[in-house]
Ligand binder design. Structure first.
Ligand SMILES: [Fe+2]
Length: 308
C-alpha cells in the first residue's frame, strides 16, 4: 500500500496483510511490551497524539467510548502500560491486551480475539508519521480500540468476530467478513439521541478522519445493513467514501449472533447476478442519512492524475 496523498488514513489494518517478517519466537506472536524501554521521544509522540485526539473527540465520540476512556488508566503523558490496563479491563469485560510486533497473520489474530485477547502493536509511530501509518501501533490499538472493549456489547461482538473469522477462513469467505469488521469496529458510526457519533477505532484514533466522517459533505452516511456491507469494498489508503451508521450500539449484539454461513451463500448468489458495490456507490435499497457529494474523493483523484 502506498502512502496517501492526504494526511488521512489511520492505521487500521489488522491481520489482513501480515507476512512472516518480524515473526517472534512465540507461536501466538505475542511479545513482552517492555514498557521500560520506551524512550522519552516515544512517550512524547503518545502525548501529542493523545492531546489532539482528546481535544477533538468531545461531541464526536459515542458515549461508550467516552465512558471506557474515563475508566481506563490511560494518561496523556506516557504510553499506557498493558498490565495496568488489564487490571481494569479484564474484570470489566474479560478482555486483555497482549503485545505483538505489528500485523499478525489472520489465524493468529482471530484466535486471540476468539479468546478475548486483543493484540496491540507494541511500537509507536515516529514523530514524522503522526497522521499516517500502515500498521496498527500502540496509539491506534490502545487509544482507538481499548475504550470500546470496556463496553460489554463491543466486547461480545469482537469475540464473536474472532470465532467467525476462524470459520470464514475455512469457508474461504474472509473478505466478506472483513468488510463487517472494517465498517463497524474500525469505521463505524452510531446514532445517538444527541447526534451522530464515532465508535470505530480507525476513526477515533485519526485526527483528520474524526472530523471528516461527521462534518464533511463528501462521504455517504447510510444506515447499517449487514448484507449490503458484506457486498461493499472499502478504502484502505484514504478516508472512507461511505460510513455505515448503527441505530444503536446494541445492534452489534444481534450481529454477534448472526449465522453467517447462509449469508455468505446469499451474498455469493447476489454477486453472481450483479457486481459488488464500490465505496462511492449507493444502492437502491439504502436508507441514506446523507448523500455524499464525493467532492473529496474527486479532488484526490485529480491530484493523483496531476502527479502522474
Ligand atoms: Fe484497528
Amino acid at each position: 500500500m502506498t502512502a496517501p496523498t492526504s494526511a488521512a488514513a489511520p492505521a487500521a489494518l489488522h491481520g489482513l496483510a501480515a507476512g512472516d517478517t518480524g515473526r517472534p519466537h512465540s507461536a501466538d506472536w505475542t511479545i513482552p511490551q517492555r514498557w521500560g524501554d520506551y524512550t522519552p521521544q516515544e512517550h512524547a509522540v503518545w502525548q501529542t497524539l493523545f492531546e489532539r485526539q482528546t481535544a477533538l473527540l468531545p461531541g464526536r465520540a459515542c458515549d461508550a467510548f467516552v465512558a471506557g476512556m474515563r475508566d481506563l488508566p490511560i494518561r496523556p503523558d506516557r504510553i499506557p502500560h498493558f498490565g495496568e490496563l488489564n487490571e481494569v479491563l479484564k474484570p470489566r469485560t474479560g478482555w486483555e491486551i497482549v503485545a505483538v510486533p505489528g500485523l499478525v497473520p489472520d489465524d493468529v489474530f482471530f484466535d486471540h480475539l476468539a479468546n478475548r485477547r486483543f493484540p496491540s502493536g507494541q511500537f509507536i509511530r515516529q514523530a514524522h508519521q503522526l497522521d499516517y501509518l500502515q500498521e496498527p501501533d500502540v496509539f491506534h490499538d490502545v487509544f482507538g480500540h481499548v475504550p470500546m472493549l470496556m463496553n460489554p456489547v463491543m466486547a461480545d461482538f469482537i469475540q464473536a468476530y474472532g470465532e467467525g473469522g476462524l470459520r470464514a477462513q475455512k469457508l474461504g469467505t474472509l473478505p466478506l467478513l472483513a468488510r463487517v469488521y472494517w465498517y463497524t469496529v474500525e469505521f463505524g458510526l452510531v446514532q445517538q439521541a444527541d447526534g451522530l457519533r464515532i465508535y470505530g477505532a480507525g476513526i477515533a484514533s485519526s485526527r483528520t478522519e474524526s472530523v471528516f466522517c461527521l462534518d464533511d459533505a463528501s462521504p455517504h452516511r447510510v444506515a447499517f445493513d449487514l448484507e449490503r456491507v458484506m457486498r461493499t469494498h472499502y478504502r484502505i489508503d484514504d478516508f472512507q467514501e461511505i460510513y455505515f451508521v448503527l441505530n444503536h450500539l446494541d445492534d452489534l449484539l444481534e450481529l454477534a449472533r448472526v449465522d453467517f454461513e447462509p449469508l455468505y451463500r446469499q451474498v455469493a448468489d447476489l454477486t453472481a447476478r450483479q457486481p459488488e458495490l464500490q465505496p462511492a456507490e449507493l444502492a437502491p435499497t439504502d436508507r441514506v442519512l446523507h448523500t455524499g457529494t464525493g467532492a473529496y474523493a474527486a479532488r484526490q483523484r485529480y491530484v493523483q492524475v496531476q502527479a502522474q
